[in-house]
Design a protein around this ligand. Sequence first.
Ligand code: AQP
Length: 324
Amino acid sequence: MKARVLSGVQPSGQLHIGNYLGALKNWAEIQGHYESIFCIVDLHAITVYQKPEELSAKIRETAALFIAAGIDPDQSSIVVQSSVPGHAELAWLLTCVTPLGWLYRMTQFKAKAEKQETVGDGLLQYPVLMAADILIYQASIVPVGEDQSQHLELARDIAQRFNSLYGETFVMPATHLPTVGARIMGLDDPTQKMSKSAAGAGHAIALLDDAKVIQKKIARATTDSKPAIDTEEMGPGIANLLTIAQACDSSLTKESVAGMRYGDFKKRVAEAVIARLEPIQQRYREITADAAYIDGVLERGRQHVLPIAEDTISKVKRAMGLYV
Ligand code: AQP
């Protein structure tokens, strides 16, 4: 039997090149080697307020982008988290074995809580729900960007604690990071991770941005006051652009851009990004031309994973002495 892979993206905004290079590209590359389940984690998205009509559109848009980015629905299951009740059910069961102190230590919780007027309990429980997403499918490999490493560590701690309290129940999941692009930074501020929820038109390159917008965003990306690339001492803005370019076109090495003037370098980066995103955008347009197609894919994914989820829930309930 093939090992199982699980990962997800929140339908909480426009997917960006960080999501692609840190997650989707990697998923597409490894999907053939494993039994793969890729989730649109809408229950995670609502840990901060989402406008209902926008959220339901984003769920389908995110699914279409998964496929456009190379996830093959005949090979991998594409699933909406809230369509499988076991995710929320297991999250509650795991909440009961998770010490509060573990959750308060999460850097993403601290960063996101700071930005909210009222911090919902869901934001604190976010990583427990993520542990449930992984453990419900007994996934052994979780391909994510670097920002999720701490949450993965916590998922392992929760699984271990559950196994030691109630007996061996869960497979221990391992983090799988991409070799290039595990942490893409914001174009406007290369000290901050590129993220969907960050404000600012020049922060992220959206996967659906057209060529002109991409050129403009890259031309305005924050760098430093040097005129040309000094490979011995690269500032964070230039280093980030090089990472993006390299992940889009592997021929763009550090050596190949040494001494290049910033203006010329940015043009090369934009070309590499546009060449990488254009076929994805073309495929996205084809997929979304058929309104019923995505719903069909999501229903197929749900039907495939439901028995796996139900099996784990029964095991967990039995292990805990609950009524089964
Ligand atoms: N900047 C990034 N570089 C590399 N990988 C990234 N990922 C996210 N940002 C980067 C990876 O993409 C997957 C989905 O993550 P997400 O849905 O949490 O994306 P986000 O852009 O981080 O979303 P938000 O709503 O804006 O969340 P916050 O505010 O927490 O940043 C994951 O595998 C992630 O690692």
